[in-house]
Design a protein around this ligand. Structure first.
Ligand code: NAD
Ligand code: TYD
Length: 357
């Protein structure tokens, strides 16, 4: 791995991965090219104070732009693509699915085609030195009943939201490029991430931010839905292991080994804030049950025995340590919070999603 193209590297997980890669490359000559369209979810604030910034090149652009992607691969002699760029929020996909099809399906197709042409047709680099890694989600597997076993790599796909369906489509395309053309490729399906630099439309940063400003904490339905939570740095480490040691053609499930109910997550964040930044009333008094999400998946859980067995990866952060680190990061970075709160688009989203709930 010498010249890495990271797509979506100004978003939450992508920017954490760029940081991880630059840090991990202390001894190597690794160069990172970061392609990101800077949608509402991406921000240059996420790329402040990178380690080894001289090894990082930021390009603002769309992964659906075929000429741009082709030129980037050639100009930077890209040997590794780590593909994060996506529309990622389920609630937005319910209110407005089209950008999900465009970026997640067409964008992934555009990248796969560019890689196929550059690596396989032009034979620009030795095949054993190239890798396309496609970053995906556990949501492609659908929802679990309480007694069902956790999702494994062989669980049939049953996506329920437009977001999950668009990611499932992109997974199928990625898989087919390996099967048909032998494009060196891996896929990872990961559970819900949380941690520094997550856009506060997702549950955990939204709850922290609302709690800090004394606003209601919206819990959908009965709050008993279950997610499998993973601290973002653990996800970055898992992806790095897959790229460097994973077998081409394989899918790896990644998860956090914990499955609390949403309400428990919200209450835990409240209790942490009561200690770190007390209000007159306990933060739990801000909890407000609101209308449920249509088609809301009840339960996700990941079986991570394959990545553990084959690559020796398992999460390092417990949920308690990860939540504390996330709350502390938010408190220590008021400039980052202020920059997002200033975005008119963010306020528009909050009005659109929560006003009539
Ligand atoms: P995010 O929404 O925080 O960031 C997405 C980034 O992609 C943004 O920087 C955005 O500007 C960029 N982007 C969007 N459309 C683009 C386009 N057309 N061209 C170029 N850039 C574009 O997302 P995230 O939470 O960091 O998720 C990253 C990846 O990980 C996604 O593929 C997502 O499906 C996957 N994933 C996320 C989670 C999670 O809990 N957040 C869990 C599992 C998998
Ligand atoms: P989210 O962070 O949007 O991730 P995903 O839908 O990809 O799992 O939501 C996590 C869980 O929290 C999900 O069950 C929906 C729920 N949720 C709320 O209860 N309130 C909210 O305001 C949000 C954004 C999510």
């Amino acid at each position: 791995m010498k010249n890495v193209l990271v797509t979506g590297g100004a978003g939450f997980i992508g920017s954490n991965f760029v940081r991880y890669l630059l840090d991990a490359s202390r001894e190597s000559q690794l160069q990172v090219v970061n392609l990101d369209a800077l949608t509402y979810a991406g921000s240059l604030e996420n790329l402040r104070d990178l380690p080894r910034p001289e090894r990082h090149t930021f390009i603002q652009g769309d992964i659906c732009n075929r000429d741009l992607v082709r030129d980037l691969l050639r100009r930077h002699q890209i040997d590794t693509i780590v593909h994060f760029a996506a529309e990622t929020h389920v609630d937005r996909s319910i209110l407005s699915p089209e950008p999900f099809i465009q970026t997640n399906v067409i964008g992934t197709f555009t990248l796969l085609e560019a890689a196929r042409k550059y690596w396989l047709e032009k034979k620009a680099l030795p095949l054993e030195q190239v890798r396309f890694h496609h970053v995906s989600t556990d949501e492609v597997y659908g929802t679990l009943k309480p007694e069902d076993p956790a999702f494994s790599e062989t669980t049939p796909y049953a996506p329920n939201s437009p977001y999950a369906a668009s990611k499932a489509s992109s997974d199928h395309l990625a898989r087919s490029y390996n099967h048909t053309y032998q494009l060196p490729l891996t896929i990872s399906n990961c559970s819900n991430n949380y941690g520094p630099r997550q856009f506060p439309e997702k549950l955990i940063p939204l709850i922290i931010l609302n709690a800090l400003t004394g606003k209601p904490l919206p819990v959908y339905g009965d709050g008993q839905q279950i997610r499998d939570w993973l601290f973002v740095t653990d996800h970055c480490e898992a992806i790095h292991k897959i790229i460097t040691q994973g077998r081409s053609g394989e899918t790896y499930n990644i998860g956090g080994n914990n499955q609390p109910a949403n309400l428990t997550i919200v209450e835990t964040v409240c209790d942490l804030l009561d200690e770190l930044q007390p209000l007159a009333e306990p933060h739990r008094s801000l909890i407000k049950f609101v209308t449920d999400r249509p088609g809301h998946d009840r339960r996700y859980a990941m079986n991570i025995s394959k990545i553990k067995r084959e690559l020796g990866w398992q999460p390092r952060y417990s949920l308690t340590d990860g939540l504390l680190a996330t709350v502390q990061w938010m408190l220590a970075n008021p400039d980052w919070v202020a920059a997002i709160q200033k975005q008119r688009e963010y306020q528009t989203w909050l009005d659109k999603n929560y006003d009539k709930r």
